[in-house]
Structure formats: structure tokens, C-alpha cells
Design a protein. Structure first.
Length: 129
């Protein structure tokens, strides 16, 4: 399982006001401070077609994004892809951070800046994955 330090958006997570990074002997663990809930990290890859769809969905307001996903389904992750979607989700589902990258010129280039969601918005954004 990936760790926060393995993410391209690790600096943004560390700097977020409601996240505490706890160092252990072998790793760093992120905790959502208001609830003391541990943060789980996911890295999902998408094909160019699904990555472009994910990009379009992320440009929509949350309620319209959820409607689109209900009608057409969520974008399908693939084992290897040109798009990398980094997700940090608290175990209690009260916090979520996401960032989408596109692999260009042998490096991950941000498609969008890190986005942070708390409270009720988390349930809507988790419909993407």
C-alpha cells in the first residue's frame, strides 16, 4: 500500500491545516486531526480515454459530477495508464484530498492542483473511485 511520502502531492498534504504527519520508525503516517482518523492512500491509473473523462468530471460542480456518474458510471481504473489519480481518504470518510496527473515527457505533470474536501463533500467525491 502506498504511503503519503510516495505521493507527488505529499508536500500539499503535509501543509494542509487539518492534517498531522506522525513519524514512525519506518514511515510517515497522516492523520486527519479533527477526528484523529488515519489517512489511507490510493494511487489509481487511467487510460487516456478514462483520464480525459475523469478530468471533465473534476471540472464539474460536485452535484453534477455525481449525476453524471450515476448515469454513466465512474471512470474505470486500469493497471497501467497515462493518468495518475492520487487519493488520500480518512478512514472515517470526513476528509479527502485528490490530485490528477498526466504522464508527459517521462514525468507526471499536474492536470489540476490538489483539492481538499471535508464533511459531506467527501461522500460525493468518493463516487469517482
Amino acid at each position: 500500500m502506498p504511503n503519503v511520502k510516495d505521493l507527488e502531492m505529499a508536500a500539499a498534504i503535509s501543509a494542509y491545516k487539518n492534517i498531522t504527519i506522525k513519524k514512525t520508525f519506518f514511515s510517515k503516517k497522516a492523520v486527519y486531526t479533527p477526528s484523529q482518523s488515519p489517512i489511507k492512500v490510493m494511487i489509481l491509473d487511467y487510460t487516456p480515454t478514462e483520464g480525459e473523462r475523469l478530468t471533465r468530471l473534476l471540472d464539474l460542480p460536485l452535484d453534477k459530477m455525481v449525476t453524471d456518474i450515476q448515469q454513466k458510471g465512474a471512470p474505470k481504473a486500469s493497471p497501467i495508464g497515462h493518468y495518475r489519480f492520487e487519493v488520500c481518504l480518512s478512514e472515517d470518510r470526513q476528509f479527502c484530498a485528490i490530485q490528477l496527473f498526466r504522464f508527459v515527457d517521462f514525468k507526471n505533470t499536474p492536470v489540476l492542483e490538489p483539492r481538499f474536501y471535508e464533511g459531506n463533500d467527501v461522500e460525493m467525491i468518493t463516487k469517482l473511485f
